[in-house]
Write a protein that binds this ligand. Structure first.
Ligand SMILES: [Zn+2]
Length: 270
């Protein structure tokens, strides 16, 4: 693993990337690789699939936590497809979780999720941020952002190197600066952070726009884009997927929301 240190971005900006036709990938998994369709380009790398054995499991070293869109927080009624939903469509297993429009109990009135802010669910490094207008297929992902979660350990939390001799702790002074509200650089600003790249990634798909760029860091809760319907999608929704060292895991289990019932959710969704 690699130590990294990045200052917080001063400006958010939109990456408008050129179209790149990548080689086709075929596989029987949803976002474990996906076939293209004629006339649409592919950029980026799909996150890969996993196993359904980890439904409802939370891994302690997974830094991604929380509801990934600012919309109907913790309302399981906005989940239209769960991790490892059987028969998502023929031959495909669904390795993310889909958050979509909220339908009231009558099933008639819906509140649109279109344009809802998508938020980073960990302090993270932006690994991929792919946007084009018009949106491309991108293996079914459309416009998407992929984050690498940062493990933010801070050895200097107690033993700060106030004298700047560089001898105490590792490379996480910026983390301490933020946590302790200090201006260690005497530049009038507080913040910036660093961390160690974890083996965990989260991917946010089908976006309207992309508010971050590859290589920058984001903080948990920061807006990284908005919900739309790009790529392999028939309606506005966020496909949110977490992949760890062993492949995709169940994102819903990391939401920290009460009442998570995978079977009930799948039954209701079918
Ligand atoms: Zn999905």
């Amino acid at each position: 693993m690699k130590k990294i240190k990045y200052l917080l971005p001063i400006l958010l900006f939109v990456c408008v990337c050129g179209m790149l036709i990548a080689s086709l990938q075929m596989s029987g998994s949803m976002f474990g690789g996906f076939q293209t369709v004629g006339g649409f380009g592919n950029q980026g790398v799909p996150p890969g699939g996993g196993t359904c054995a980890n439904i409802s499991q939370v891994y302690a070293d997974n830094p991604f936590r929380g509801w990934p869109v600012q919309y109907q927080d913790c309302n399981w009624g906005v989940i239209s497809a769960y991790y490892c939903t059987p028969h998502y469509f023929p031959g495909f297993t669904h390795y993310g979780i889909d958050l979509t429009n909220f339908w009231d109990s009558s099933g008639v009135n819906s509140t649109a999720i279109h344009g809802a802010p998508v938020i980073a669910t960990a302090n993270a490094l932006v690994a991929q941020a792919v946007y084009s207008a018009p949106a491309q297929w991108n293996y079914g992902m459309g416009n998407f952002v992929q984050l690498i979660g940062l493990e933010q350990t801070c050895e200097e939390e107690v033993n700060l190197d106030i004298n700047h001799d560089g001898l105490i702790g590792g490379t996480c002074a910026a983390v301490c600066e933020e946590e302790l509200n200090l201006d260690l650089n005497h530049d009038g600003t507080i913040g910036g952070y660093c961390g160690e790249e974890s083996e965990w990634k989260a991917t946010y798909m089908h976006l309207l726009d992309v508010a971050v760029a590859a290589g920058q860091t984001v903080q948990a809760g920061e807006v990284i884009g908005h919900v739309n319907n790009t790529g392999n999608s028939t309606g506005d929704h966020l496909h949110y997927q977490i992949n760890g060292p062993e492949g995709a895991v169940d994102p819903a289990a990391t939401f920290g929301c009460p009442g998570y019932d995978w079977q009930a959710g799948v039954d209701q969704g079918q």
